[in-house]
Design a protein around this ligand. Structure first.
Ligand SMILES: *Cc1c(COP(=O)(O)O)cnc(C)c1O
Length: 389
């Protein structure tokens, strides 16, 4: 029998094409805890690639917090939370998150990816219009597509363009605006006050993804909206970034959060988080809310300002921990990361389709835990690596 299609041959061909275009992706191996100094493929490096903005991912207090949960609950949740996987640890974490964010209710998701897909497919449907910033995260894009709503992508952070789209969607059953608040690949901030004003004026709901802002911005690290006194209809945050653990959440009204039990397929048809992970998140949240959290946020903002002063063409908002350095060409950005690695500094090169064509870049992630020595070494290596172009 002749096979019409060989998955294997097709995969090999596609891999060869990606390699030829300098777009092949291969992960490196980490040994040991996350931190600002890690061992990558067996080589000790300064780590400028993580989202561990407060330096909590490797914190022994988080490991410690898992001990009694591990003793009591074991590891696996056993089932979807809707069946018998709803452990008290999950419920306690949701209550702690709601109290922190000063919202009526919070629902946990297994990842930020699952949260965006679950929320958007639960709240938007055929006949609705979702207005989405062009630089929104892949999980928002996928959630929009799966929702079957009409999708209108507006130019990044362009409130004029958004307003035109809102006018054009006046006859839709419902309008939903969705935006990140601290953009993941550009380190810039959405004008959340402007977004709220437009949503009010055009009777639209606002969903914000604060994945990179929770823990980092605002009072007690409650995010950019809280910093500006804005209350979105739904706030999505992740626990895997500044909080240093794993999982994600949506904070909203009681009814919206309860609807998620009934509509969010990424929640309903997926095993609950291991309860120990919820326990660790609760410990991380305590640190984030404490004066120690304030101090870590101050350190991070100070280091981000200093880093931007030291590195020419460093992008992003002044105090943002995400520092993009746009190189442009895919091959060149990978050559720069290799030169950095030779100096034991690791920065992730980001290429299309993660970022738009022609804007391949270094995405530097700063941490409150970076030492002055590590940052000096990184700045020096960056200057050399980029100068050689
Ligand atoms: C990382 C990220 C997510 C996904 O969060 P995970 O918990 O890692 O799945 C969602 N939205 C944005 C903006 C992100 O940067």
């Amino acid at each position: 029998m002749v096979r019409a299609v060989s998955l294997d041959d097709d995969a090999s061909r596609e891999l060869a094409e990606l390699a030829a275009a300098h777009r092949l992706r291969v992960p490196r191996i980490v040994d040991g805890r996350q931190g600002t100094a890690i061992t990558l493929d067996g080589v000790p490096v300064v780590n400028l690639a993580s989202n561990d903005y407060l330096g909590l991912a490797g914190d022994p207090r988080l490991t410690e917090a898992t001990r009694s949960a591990l003793e009591n609950d074991g590891l696996g949740a056993g089932a979807s939370r809707l069946v018998v996987g709803n452990h008290r640890e999950h419920v306690q974490l949701e209550a702690a998150l709601a109290a922190w964010l000063q919202r009526p209710a919070v629902r946990l998701f297994n990842t930020g990816y699952a949260a965006n897909v679950g929320v958007l497919t639960s709240l938007a449907r055929a006949g609705d219009v979702v207005l989405s910033d062009e630089l929104n995260h892949a999980s928002i894009i996928d959630g929009c597509r799966l929702s079957r709503a009409t999708i209108r992508v507006f130019a990044h952070a362009d409130l004029g363009a958004l307003e035109r789209e809102l006018r054009g969607a006046a006859s839709a059953r419902r309008r939903i605006v969705v935006s990140e608040t601290l953009f993941s690949m550009d380190g810039d901030l959405a004008d959340v006050e402007g977004l709220t004003r437009l949503c009010r004026a055009h009777d639209a709901a606002l969903i914000v993804d604060e994945a990179h802002a929770v823990g980092v911005l605002g009072p007690e690290g409650r995010g950019l909206c809280a910093a500006l006194g804005v209350v979105p209809d739904v706030l999505i945050g992740t626990l895997g970034k500044a909080l240093g653990t794993f999982g994600a959440f949506a904070a909203a009204s009681r009814s919206v959060v309860d609807l998620l039990w009934n509509r969010a397929r990424t929640l309903v048809f997926s095993t609950g988080l291991p309860p120990v992970v919820a326990a660790a998140s609760r410990a991380a949240l305590e640190i984030v809310r404490s004066s120690e959290g304030d101090e870590r946020r101050r350190q991070l903002a100070r280091k981000a300002r200093g880093f931007r002063e030291a590195v020419a063409n460093a992008g992003g908002a002044a105090e943002s921990a995400i520092v993009p350095l746009v190189i442009g060409d895919d091959r060149e950005v990978m050559a720069v990361t290799d030169r950095l690695l030779a100096e034991r500094v690791f920065v992730q090169g980001i290429r299309p389709p993660t970022v738009p064509e022609g804007t391949a870049r270094l995405r530097i992630g700063l941490s409150a835990a970076h030492t002055e020595d590590q940052l000096r070494q990184a700045v020096e290596a960056l200057r050399n690596a980029v100068r050689q172009r």
